[in-house]
Design a protein around this ligand. Structure first.
Ligand code: ZN
Length: 397
């Protein structure tokens, strides 16, 4: 951790230096938090907040003001509810898209800066971390383009990155791809992207209706959040449009329950659904310093008590110069990919319960999230500790 002595806040471009330092540490966010008479600067790296700098109160406020000026926020402003989006030019003239959000706290103004690094959204489906089987099912869908593609999981689980990877595959000169997003995180060349604007009455459902009038081939709806957007998306999918979207659900099968809870009928869900991906993001062990260790007796017993074969090998985080002494470097996805078959559609039509559908999938050897997790523990991609930290629940193996 650096100290105030190493950070030149009297530099008129100190905020740019901070963004450069954050990028060099692979941070996605910068937080400037006011304490009683000082400021704490923290970075979000691989999903976790880590301390970066301790500044005096005056230096911290000066830095906050530099960001406000750069973002075109009036000096007197204490609150930017949606965030001001600006490009900052860093070393080498490279523009970095920043979303700057300001909030008044008791001890002073707090600033959060999201660094919209295009690299995060330029992933292709082959580099998301899917198993061979999972990737094959994604590519199969991309070839046939049958049924709606839903990416599910919690907030911060990497759903948008997966959708953008699919959009990259779909974007081409002879296809019209349109999206309605909240917010548009990253611009993709050759795609019409619309931003949700509730102040002007444009929500996901309204945006989708607008897009349908633009004669699209493929449509991405940022999120199915409530009944209207879910209904509009499912109706468009049944009408033959290729729809991609995201949804909060803890596993692939519970997506069906979420859609039922939005008021959709079984016949609508059965007719619309093509592929459901459920995913989480886990930190990757640093390949330079990870250490192979056996599972502890308690860990083995945990797997056994959950009815799973424990991984044959496991690895532990250490920490070295390469990974900033964190033991982890970068993140990857854990995936469950459910490509619906005719028998699944029959079960849906018959109104089968979640547990009935799970039984059916298990009996045909469907690989759930934990199956992918065990593979990634065995191959040293991630650690058991990391999965425990995530508190990954166990819908089934
Ligand atoms: Zn390391």
């Amino acid at each position: 951790m650096s100290t105030v002595a190493e950070f030149p806040t009297d530099d008129p471009a100190a905020h740019v230096r901070l963004v450069e330092a954050a990028l060099s540490r692979r941070a996605t966010d910068i937080h400037l938090d006011p304490l009683q008479d000082s400021y704490q600067v923290r970075l979000r790296i691989d999903g976790q907040l880590v301390p970066h700098l301790a500044l005096g109160g005056e230096d911290g406020r000066r830095l906050v003001n530099q960001f406000k000026t750069a973002a075109g926020v009036e000096p007197g402003t204490v609150f930017t509810p949606l965030g001001a989006r600006r490009k900052l030019e860093v070393e080498g003239g490279r523009p970095v898209d920043c979303r700057i959000t300001l909030a008044p706290c008791l001890s002073g103004p707090k600033l959060a800066i999201r660094l919209l690094d295009p690299g995060r959204f330029e992933r292709r489906v082959g580099t998301l971390g899917l198993s061979e089987g999972g990737l094959g099912r994604l590519q199969d869908w991309l070839r046939k383009l049958e049924g709606m593609f839903l990416v599910t999981g919690p907030t911060g689980g990497g759903k948008t990155t997966t959708l953008y990877a699919l959009l990259h595959e779909l974007a081409s000169d002879n296809r019209h791809v349109a999206t309605i997003e909240d917010p548009v995180e990253y611009e993709i060349h050759g795609i019409n992207q619309i931003q949700v604007d509730r102040d002007h009455g444009l929500d996901f459902a309204g945006g989708l209706r607008t897009i349908l009038r633009l004669d699209p081939d493929h449509i991405m709806v940022g999120e199915l959040r409530e009944r209207h957007s879910a209904e509009a998306a499912v109706t468009a999918a049944i009408a033959g449009h290729v729809i991609l979207s995201t949804l909060h659900a803890r596993d692939a099968v519970s997506t069906v329950t979420a859609l039922r809870n939005f008021g959709l009928a079984n016949h609508q869900i059965a007719a619309a659904l093509g592929v459901v991906v459920n995913q989480r993001l886990v930190r990757k062990l640093c390949e330079e310093c990870r250490e192979e260790v056996g599972l502890s007796r308690a860990q083995q017993e945990w797997f056994e008590s959950e009815g799973m074969e424990p991984p044959a090998r496991a690895w532990k985080a250490q920490g070295c110069g390469e990974c900033d002494k964190r033991g982890y470097f970068g993140r990857t996805g854990l995936f469950e990919v459910w490509s619906l078959r005719e028998s699944d559609h029959d079960l849906l039509l018959a109104g089968a319960s979640e547990s009935r559908m799970r039984e059916r999938l298990e009996s045909r050897g469907h690989a759930g999230l934990w199956s992918d997790a065990i593979d990634k523990i065995e191959s040293g991609v991630t650690s058991f500790d990391e999965l425990q930290r995530l508190g990954l629940s166990l819908p089934w193996q």
